[in-house]
Design a protein around this ligand. Structure first.
Ligand code: ATP
Ligand code: ZN
Ligand code: MG
Length: 308
């Protein structure tokens, strides 16, 4: 399939999802409301993740979908993904500036001149608030840390592909510890992820992947990430068989975040980190794609896994 066909298939599938009522359009590509049926699937999948991962003793943390701007700056996200970041701005002017704003709005001109950056930034991945939080607690315990997060995430990647949203939810487990602890965690979840998604009877493939690092220097970062096999994705066809969609990701950051935030293991080494991310909307879309738009009609075996 060439790019034109892929784009056409994405547009067609988005139209189907909107017509069925599963996705509620807002007039912005990548920004959707969801129906009760869609949300029920998301909730059941969230519970399934807990059934597979809940016995490991993760500490649960829930953050709003925004990040302390200082954490965001420290994360070096702007070095790698300036094109995806969403910053939150708010009006910072006086009454005169307010009158100007209203006049510009009225005249259909740009009214954003007096919008100034606030101290909060949209969360780009659910795990970002975790590293500085754990760093503040001092050295890790001997068995490291395991954290469970769930958050809306923002990425400025508008698309007609219904599986590429600007605001979407990510459930994650994050392992922080020695290289051995962290590598073992990722191996465990690569296997579990396959089994768990297999139980939902969707076609899947696990493959090495890379993040979309910005610019020319970014191309080098991407290829080194692939060579070192630092990122794997569990792919399921949603809008195309040739270009399946990443529904789960398994990321090994080595000591990157440990260095940035000075996270240390019990024996004084720089902590390594890894995370497994579950794309909630993408998993739901994959289920609708392969089992149909009406969960009542899904195979009994799949219904049993999700609804018991
Ligand atoms: P892709 O390669 O498709 O851009 P990604 O590598 O950027 O995905 P991660 O950064 O690893 O994805 O994010 C973790 C999970 O969040 C992904 O496995 C996916 O399920 C989900 N996800 C990422 N970006 C989006 C998006 N724009 N819309 C919906 N879900 C997303
Ligand atoms: Zn993560
Ligand atoms: Mg991406």
């Amino acid at each position: 399939m060439n790019m034109v066909d892929i784009t056409a298939a994405q547009a067609a599938y988005r139209d189907e999802l909107v017509e069925s009522g599963l996705l509620i359009p807002t007039g912005v590509d990548g920004l959707y409301g969801r129906s009760g049926v869609f949300e029920d699937v998301v909730e059941r999948f969230d519970a399934l993740v807990t059934r597979w991962g809940g016995q490991d003793g993760a500490e649960v943390m829930r953050f709003p979908p925004a990040l302390n701007r200082q954490y965001f700056e420290e994360s070096e996200y702007l070095k790698s993904f300036p094109h995806l970041a969403g910053t939150i701005h708010a009006f910072g002017g006086d009454e005169k500036a307010h009158r100007t704003l209203l006049r510009r709005l009225e005249e259909g001109q740009d009214w954003t001149e007096d919008q100034v950056a606030t101290d909060v930034v949209m969360t780009p991945a659910a795990c970002y608030p975790v590293y500085p939080t754990i760093a503040q607690r001092g050295a890790l315990p001997g068995d490291g840390k395991l954290i469970d997060v769930f958050s809306y995430c923002f990425r400025r990647e508008p698309s007609i592909d219904p599986a590429r949203m600007q605001l979407f939810r990510m459930r994650e487990y994050i392992r922080i510890g020695t290289p051995d602890q962290v590598v073992e965690f990722r191996e465990l979840w690569l296997e579990r992820g396959r089994e768990m998604m297999g139980s939902l009877e969707v076609p899947l493939d696990v493959d090495v992947a890379n993040d979309p690092f910005f610019g020319r220097a970014g191309a080098m970062l991407s290829s080194s990430q692939r060579e070192q096999k630092l990122k794997f994705e569990l792919l399921i066809p949603i809008t195309s068989n040739e270009k399946p969609t990443a529904c789960l990701s398994f990321n090994y950051h080595q000591d990157h975040f440990g260095h940035l935030w000075d996270i240390h293991t019990a024996d004084g080494g720089v902590a390594h980190t890894a995370c497994v991310g579950f794309g909630m909307e993408r998993v739901a879309l994959a289920l609708f794609r392969h089992h149909g738009f009406d969960p009542a009609q899904w195979p009994a075996s799949v219904r049993k896994v999700l609804w018991g």
